[in-house]
Design a protein around this ligand. Sequence first.
Ligand code: NDP
Length: 480
Amino acid sequence: MLHKNLIAGEWLVGESEIENRSPSDVTDLIGVFAQASSDQLEATLDQAQQAQREWAAYGMERKQAVLMNIGNELMARSAELGALLSREEGKPLAEGKGEVYRAGQFFTYYAAECLRQIGENADSVRPNIEVDVRREPVGVVAVISPWNFPTATASWKIAPALCYGNAVVWKPANITPASAYALTEIIARQDIPKGLFSLVMGSGSGIGERLVQSPKVNAVTFTGSVPVGKRIATAAIQNLTKVQMEMGSKNALAVMDDADIDLAVTLALGGAFGGTGQKCTASSRLVVHEAIHDTFVEKLVAGTKAMKVGHALEEGTQMGPVVSAEQLAENLAYVDLGKSEGAELCCGGERLEMPHDGFYMSPGVFLNTLNDFRINREEMFAPLTSVIKVASYDEALSVVNDTNFGLTSGIVTKSLARATHFRRNARTGVVTINLPTAGTDYHVPFGGRGDSSYGSREQGKAAAEFYTTVKTAYISAGPV
Ligand code: NDP
């Protein structure tokens, strides 16, 4: 079946089509998806501008009802849509269902926020003048989303964009179009102005690039790689378009000599190999105190070897395939690179032959690595993690902070003093104490420092900063 794009409120075939196949089994054809043309992009942007004005004028309860319906439907259908997501992205079924349910929660959270848009007021420094400060929609928002959380990442952008009164033109990752189509189908059925929401499936270098270059776009929100993020920011700035970027990272989990070692191993395994390591919050550096290094490593390696790799939809699978042949080839090249740099690959890191023809590899652990190895400096987006041995808490903190990135970091310790010091001195946007580096809530800010993020924070109330523009009004009522 051909899945069409949503252009100016109509489902339309594109200028070409692509096939979408499961990374768990390439003989499993999920569907055929339209690729939008430049003319369709222009038409939908024009319609979006008009629809945005209508939407901004909807009452707040009407907007709230739309977002609530979308959220409730996602949650009610999380088993069905989660299975579709797992089938096309490769994460185990439980992770796919959990992601769709979480996506629903973004919509219900921002449904409530529709009613909580409260400004500020003040007296002017001039006599008999009052000041009223409130937020207005920014306009047409381009959403460029990645494949690793195809429903959740898109939802944490689309829900606040709509909540604060904007139109959305969504260019999802071309490798996960089925989840994008499913979410769009739900949104399109709601009580929204024609063309308020557009789906423009197509390549990043084609339709994606034209979208971010368009002067009809008022804001671009992106999650993906650093090179593409920089390219988008450069294009957007030519039109002085507002940008928000969430990019890669090289997150570290510090395991101290006073840690609960079993807890640390559980956190490391989940953080490193959840989602096949394809998370911007993955624990790709394990910074381990020398006093517990050998015990920790022994348990970590045993846990890694015990992980069941398999088809995303099969019962018992703990780690699914890598998303694509290209990503698998890159991962295996990083394994070779790590070995050539002097790291000891103590388990995994190999292509696996399975009953299904998919992109499977075993989770891998590098030992005896130095923080300046390339495998510890570049985002691999692979089920690979490196152990870096340190002699003290101070050395651990300095290794954690020695990176160009700065999204998340974590510490496993029973010391309140170290936990507190770490929380205050780790240079990342998110810090976790005795918790995994991956896994965040939806009602509080999310984002990083350095090469990990650019622009204002996502999620929670912080999202208002990006999806709105502030208006300051001065009012002189005059004499009574
Ligand atoms: P990209 O950064 O290439 O893609 C992310 C999104 O941007 C996709 O929708 C993509 O479309 C789109 N895009 C690509 N080029 C352009 C462009 N010039 N203009 C506008 N949009 C564009 O990531 P990849 O999917 O190629 O993954 C490569 C690496 O990026 C991963 O190995 C990982 O290191 C990192 N990454 C990080 C993520 C994170 O969560 N921080 C998420 C995904 C990837 P299309 O899919 O059609 O190319």
